[in-house]
Design a protein around this ligand. Structure first.
Ligand code: 5SP
Length: 217
């Protein structure tokens, strides 16, 4: 599978969002990663629907929505209406993960399921028959700019193995602390979709940073 680089807006300059989106797209990212945090599932509150409604118009690449919120099923229609191309929710936040996947698919959108670093891979195994992406968090969700947790590499390899067993087209996304030091290891462990926030947006030369990230994987 081709490598996808998804730029997390959490690390960009919020005072000039449309410009930041264009900057990321011009730098060659494949997707824009939109991190929704509710202050409940994670401690932080980021942004939600009104912001996507206004900046969504500026996004020309696929929109990769990452819901770090409780009871995600309540918000699927809203993000579908706002043009999300893929919606990822947390296994830990859903009473009935299969119902969330089905709801996302009912809107003609790709569905991702995510696990925190402490959640065993076995938890998501039953959903591999229907999801389009698995997101293994490589930091504890809630904040950008954290240090990558090396123990998650084993988890990524486990997910890779299970995905390969299904023979389905499922992307393996990783998110948190992705940079030139970690990207090679992540790819070796089986990741094919890299979310990058701090590394890309805070780089002096974003196109060069994205290029180097691709080269290393
Ligand atoms: O979902 C999250 C954090 O919860 C991420 O998307 C981070 O925002 C990635 O940021 P960096 O670690 O690349 O700064």
């Amino acid at each position: 599978m081709d490598i996808i680089v998804s730029a997390s807006l959490l690390a960009c300059d919020f005072s000039n969002l449309a410009f930041e989106i264009k900057r990321a797209e011009d730098a060659g990212v494949d997707w824009i990663h939109y991190d929704v945090m509710d202050g409940m599932f994670v401690r932080n509150i980021s942004f939600g629907e009104p912001l996507l409604k206004s900046v969504g118009k500026s996004i020309t690449v696929p929109v990769d929505v990452h819901l770090m919120i409780c009871d995600p099923i309540r918000y699927i229609d809203n993000y579908a209406d706002l043009g999300a191309d893929i919606i990822t929710f947390h296994y830990e936040a859903a009473d009935d993960p299969q119902a969330v996947i089905d709801k996302i698919h009912s809107r003609g959108i790709k569905a991702g399921i995510s696990i925190k670093p402490a959640t065993p891979v076995s938890a998501i195994q039953p959903f591999l028959k229907s999801v389009d992406m698995v997101l293994v968090m490589t930091v504890n969700p809630g904040f950008g700019g954290q240090k990558f947790i090396p123990d998650t590499l084993e988890k990524i390899s486990e997910v890779r193995y299970l995905i390969d067993q299904t023979e389905r087209d499922i992307r393996l996304q990783v998110d948190g602390g992705v940079n030139l030091e970690t990207a090679g290891l992540l790819k070796e462990s089986g990741a094919d979709t890299l979310v990058t926030g701090t590394y890309a947006f805070k780089a002096n030369d974003m196109p060069e940073a994205v290029k180097l990230l691709r080269e290393i994987v």
